[in-house]
Structure formats: structure tokens, C-alpha cells
Design a protein around this ligand. Structure first.
Ligand code: NAP
Length: 307
């Protein structure tokens, strides 16, 4: 029997408890799961950011920390954490992100806002272009970025994807190196990068200026990927026609933040895609099985890269 500490916001305990017990039983992993196991008895930690656990030094026999989140920028730099850290890759989360990104790309591509506003008897036929004439750039070609890119390619969009290491994905122009080259002439940019010291403020004034005039920015990645002052200036000058932002430097977005009042910004409250407990527990249980069997863990975070 292994002792597993569940450390997350209290609401998640009821959501995950039975699912985790069932998923582990199905893998033949015998667990004692709890929220208040003494630190020195803990074998594994299932973790989502919460204020009660920031110091991992007392977990002297803990073998791994398994994140319930895909983004690990708050825990990866924690120097008290010396155990392996695994992030979550979840089929439900990926599907949710594909749906959210595709929906917002189509909204801007088809000019849906204009049609919805025009419900006042104004007959103003302006047909949208076809997707083949709307270049989209996705910064980040990992689990989520690549899945979104494939979905947009299926709809006919010319998609450029940008990653740290070179990639080759059918139907997608894959670039690494300078983000400016990837963003050049893009009409829609989607940000699906992790937040690291390398990616912070990656969408700055220079990067925005390389995009096509009147471009759209869609950010379900992390708020600090964008230089907010540069984006507001680009919105005010018309370089960017609209920004749909799901994530922010400070969340919840403060009530007096200019994004709330800007007519060309859509704020969504970090809902682009959630971890889906029913599918997420599969990876957690599989990693516990692997760890106990001495097999390599899935989705290990490279702490030096920060993701
Ligand atoms: P991932 O699989 O780790 O992919 C990250 C991608 O970013 C990879 O292609 C990686 O390049 C690229 N990258 C990282 N650093 C880079 C750099 N310095 N220059 C160029 N490319 C770089 O992550 P994921 O699962 O797709 O998730 C991406 C992010 O989405 C998460 O970190 C999280 O912040 C965010 N997210 C948001 C929500 C939401 O609801 N809003 C939900 C889940 C996740 P390589 O392929 O070369 O490594």
C-alpha cells in the first residue's frame, strides 16, 4: 500500500477521490489516498497549485509529484522540490482546447461579432474570405498547440507552428528560431506556449508589428506571454483588431484592468480548457503504476527548461 497525499484546492477532493481510487484499483495499484497524511509518510503527491503546500522539503520519502495541471510554471521553479515532477497530458483537456481555439478562430475569421451587432435592420453583405486565405500562426506546437494546428488545417487554414525544437507535422509549416518569422503576415496568432523565462513577453511590440495589419490575437496559454502595454497599443492603433484573452498576469483579472473596458478585447476567465477528472485520473494512475514498477514516468517536466 502506498500513501498518496492529495494537495489541491479543497473543492477538488470530492471530485477526484473516488475516481482516483477506482483508476488505481483498475491498474492494480493499492493506495491510501488522503489530504492530511503526515509528510514523512507520503510516497507520492498529487498536486494542483494551492496555498497550503509550497515547501516540499519535509516530504523526505516522496518519490514523485504528479501535477493535475498541464501548466507547471508555479511549481517547476520551486527549489524545495527535488523529486521528479510530472505534468498532466489529458485527452479531455486537449479536446477542450481544440474546441475553444477552433471556436474563437472561426469567430474572428467569419466576422461573427459584426453579424451579431447588425441585427438592427442593416443589410450589409460582406462575405468573409475562405479559410485558405487566412494564415494562422500557433506559438507552441506541443500537446495542445499541435492538436489545435491539426484541427485548423482540417478546416483549410494555412497554419504555421512555432516550437523550440524543429518539428515536422503533415500539413503544418513548422518553424523554430525567431518568433518574428513565424508571426510574419499572420492574420491570427494563437499562443499555446508554457510560461518560462524564455517565453515571457514573447508577444511584444516587435512581434505584433510583424503580423498582418488588423490581426487577431488569441491567448489561452499564459498571461505573461504577452507584453500587455504593447498589445493595448497595437489594439489602439488598429494593428491588432481584436484580442481574445483567457489568461492574465493576475487572475482574476483586476476590475480596473484596461482589458475589461477595451471594446476590442474579449476576456474569458481561464476557462479555455480544464483538466477533465474522468480522463486525467488515467494518467495519474498509470504514472503511479509505472513508478512502483520502476518504469519511466510519463510527461516528466524538464526542470531546467521549465516545462
Ligand atoms: P507542451 O506539450 O509542453 O508544449 C509546449 C510547446 O511550447 C512545445 O512545442 C515547446 O517546444 C514550445 N516551447 C516552449 N518553450 C519555447 C521557446 N522558448 N521557444 C519556442 N517554443 C517553445 O505544453 P501543452 O500541453 O501544449 O500546454 C501549453 C500551455 O498551455 C501550458 O503550459 C499552459 O500554460 C497552457 N494551458 C492553458 C489552459 C487554459 O485553460 N487556458 C489549459 C491547459 C494548458 P518543443 O516542442 O520544442 O519542446
Amino acid at each position: 500500500m502506498i500513501n498518496i497525499l492529495f494537495s489541491a484546492r479543497p473543492q477538488l477532493w470530492d471530485v477526484y477521490r473516488d475516481l482516483l481510487i477506482e483508476a488505481c484499483a483498475a491498474k492494480g495499484v493499492d493506495i491510501n489516498l488522503g489530504t492530511d497524511i503526515p509528510a514523512e509518510q507520503v510516497d507520492y503527491i498529487i498536486f494542483a497549485p494551492n496555498p497550503t503546500l509550497t515547501d516540499f522539503t519535509k516530504f523526505t520519502r516522496c518519490k514523485a509529484v504528479l501535477s493535475l495541471w498541464a501548466g507547471v510554471e508555479t511549481i517547476a521553479p520551486n527549489t524545495t522540490l527535488t523529486q521528479p515532477l510530472c505534468r498532466l497530458v489529458d485527452t479531455g483537456l486537449t479536446q477542450g482546447m481544440v474546441e475553444w481555439v477552433t471556436g474563437h478562430v472561426l469567430r474572428h475569421h467569419l466576422g461573427m461579432d459584426q453579424q451579431i451587432k447588425n441585427q438592427n435592420g442593416e443589410w450589409a453583405p460582406v462575405a468573409p474570405p475562405l479559410s485558405k486565405d487566412r494564415p494562422v500562426t500557433i506559438l507552441g506546437l506541443g500537446e495542445l498547440g499541435a492538436a489545435c494546428a491539426k484541427s485548423l488545417v482540417q478546416l483549410g487554414f494555412p497554419v504555421t507552428g512555432w516550437s523550440r525544437t524543429p518539428k515536422s507535422i503533415d500539413g503544418i509549416r513548422c518553424l523554430s528560431g525567431s518568433p518574428a518569422e513565424a508571426l510574419k503576415d499572420a492574420q491570427i496568432a494563437v499562443l499555446l506556449l508554457p510560461l518560462t523565462s524564455q517565453t515571457e513577453n514573447i508577444l511584444d511590440a516587435d512581434a505584433l508589428a510583424t503580423m498582418s495589419k488588423g490581426a487577431f490575437v488569441i491567448n489561452p496559454g499564459r498571461g505573461a506571454l504577452i507584453n500587455d502595454h504593447a498589445l493595448l497599443a497595437a489594439l489602439n492603433s488598429g494593428q491588432v483588431a481584436h484580442a481574445t484573452l483567457d489568461v492574465f498576469r493576475v487572475e482574476p483579472l483586476p476590475a480596473d484592468h484596461p482589458y475589461w473596458a477595451h471594446p476590442n478585447v474579449t476576456v474569458t476567465p481561464h476557462i479555455a480548457s480544464e483538466t477533465r477528472p474522468e480522463t486525467a485520473v488515467e494518467q495519474i494512475a498509470e504514472n503511479l503504476r509505472r513508478a512502483e514498477a520502476g518504469e519511466p514516468l510519463l510527461n516528466l517536466v524538464d526542470r531546467t527548461r521549465g516545462y
